[in-house]
Ligand binder design. Structure first.
Ligand code: GLN
Length: 270
């Protein structure tokens, strides 16, 4: 048997990762872990921690190892069929919440684990606003995970498989998406090897999905409705140009918490 302190010291993981693994294993808070460094770990616990440690060192995101990720203060089940929700994507929720009105309809394309959709519906409901949200994903595995998160949070939306607009009919007051937007061959992808490429990579300039969404959005957004898209921090100018060319007005790009261009929005003037 070894103590928490000894395992931590020899783990070669950073402190946060150690704490998250210990907290998950022992089912207690981080402060309890911090307050009990001499607590002894039994052999089975050590074996489990060593297994997780190997996966982490091999580059797997901690969220996949724990099977969960926090977003907008809520817990979401995740595995390697979906992108791990990023804190910067909370900006998409914030802007959607600001632009939508009670009783309106929203379409989210590429929902993954459903974090954006669920956070948005919860946030609006807490402010007394009801919306009808439709979410889609191209991956049947991602849809299963989204369904599980919807059940966990007791949220009801329409959810179905669609490759962007392939199965969408009708029009909405708002369309939102965090599509794949990294360009083929970008070295940043090496660090993201455990996550589904379909959720990350989109053509030679990273804009294939964004171009497709913008092009077809104009026929699926009601007059005065909004399109709100997350994109790479160097894509703001190009994305704005695509919005304007497709007939959107009031086009602007908002910065994420790190001060980087992250989300562009515009209003449809038919
Ligand atoms: N923001 C993510 C990253 O660069 C990519 C997410 C995406 O392509 N939608 O790690």
């Amino acid at each position: 048997m070894i103590s928490i302190r000894e395992w931590r010291a020899n783990s070669s993981l950073d402190r946060l990762d150690c704490d998250l693994l210990l907290k998950h294993l022992l089912n207690c808070s981080r402060s309890v872990i911090a307050a009990s460094p001499e607590k002894l770990l039994v052999e089975a616990d050590i074996a489990q921690l060593e297994n997780w440690k190997k996966r982490r060192i091999a580059g797997e995101p901690i969220a996949y190892i724990l099977g969960k990720k926090e977003f907008w203060g809520l817990n979401f089940f995740v595995d390697d069929n979906v992108l791990v929700p990023r804190p910067e994507t909370e900006l998409l929720v914030e802007l959607a919440e600001r632009c939508i009105r009670d009783g309106q309809s929203i379409l989210e394309l590429g929902t993954g684990c459903g974090a954006v959709a669920i956070a948005l519906v919860q946030e609006l409901a807490s402010k007394g606003k009801n919306v009808s949200l439709t979410a889609t994903d191209v991956s049947p595995e991602a849809l299963k995970i989204c369904k599980r998160n919807l059940e966990n949070h007791n949220i009801k939306i329409r959810l179905f498989e669609s490759n962007w607009f392939s199965n969408i009919s009708g029009s909405f007051d708002m369309i939102i998406s965090n599509p794949p937007y990294i360009e083929n061959g970008n070295p940043h992808l090496l660090a993201l090897g455990s996550e589904p490429a379909v959720a990350l990579v989109s053509g030679d300039d990273g804009l294939d999905a964004i171009r497709e969404i913008i092009k077809y959005s104009s026929t699926h957004i009601k007059n005065d409705g909004y399109l709100i898209l997350e994109h790479g921090c160097e894509q703001g100018t190009k994305v704005q140009r695509l919005f304007k060319r497709a007939g959107f007005s009031n086009v602007s790009t908002e910065k994420d918490l790190g001060g980087r261009d992250r989300v562009t929005l515009g209003k449809m003037d038919h």
